[in-house]
Design a protein around this ligand. Sequence first.
Ligand code: KMH
Ligand code: ZN
Length: 302
Amino acid sequence: MSKIIITCAVTGSIHTPTMSPHLPYRPQDIAEQAIEAAHAGAAILHLHARDPQTGRPSADPAHFAAYLPQVARSCDAVLNLSTGGSAVMTLEERLQAPLQFKPEMCSLNMGTMNFALYPAADRFTNWQFDWEKPFLENSDDLVFKNTPRDIATVLTKLGQERGARFEFEVYDIGHLYMLAHFLDRGLIKAPLFIQFVFGVLGGVGADPDHLTHLVATAQKLFGDDFSFSVLAAGRHQMNFAAIAAAMGGHVRVGLEDSLMIARGQLARSNAEQVRKVTAIVEALGRVPASPDEARQMLGLKG
Ligand code: KMH
Ligand code: ZN
């Protein structure tokens, strides 16, 4: 079995600092946690930025610039900048930092969808959304917009013009057909790195049957030209990582996806989750890939 790529998604745009004191949102904290996660075995760091005053998700390149150089200097991990940003940002805002920093890898969300926040809210009794009220009030109507035109824009501007390769975020079966469409159009080149996302309300639920069906469908559409990774939001995080590892897939963890390390116990850092998933995958006979091995496997520009 090929080596396993561990991705760590360090902060994201869903959780709020009120939900965990360990969620990094100041540049120094994002940098330190990202570097520690890389040293713990994450070959890829999936990165967002936040406003250091409020903790709110930010698209401002200055907020990326405040931590990216330190991370790049201090570890060799693949830096993967989100193009998802947050569902309330326009595509133009979401692309500002990736266009400026030209990372080796970017995330690319493969369809427009609902992106409801309630599953997270349900699991936290002290959950309070302390950002601007309209965000919460609008979450019933929150549309995460990734139309075919948006996807083509990202593929052209970041892929074709800047050499980025992608973590294709697939939340449901239709997103695989969207990927196949862009492969047919010649805007995507193999090998594909597909991130199956479970547990977001609006995407597929965290049921292992869905994972086997998604993998089987990807095999029909892409043959050997893809590898897959799995992230499951919230309490499904580690058991889905174990299933993915046993199936020969790759894994993603990190405080973007879950704030917990065990039931009822907050993770103290991203690295703590990386160490836990490393132990799980090693127990299953998988060997974590180094950043350079991940670059080679995914055809990155390096
Ligand atoms: N927040 C995750 C469910 C992105 O950054 O492009 C999906 C994600 C999207 O990571
Ligand atoms: Zn993300």
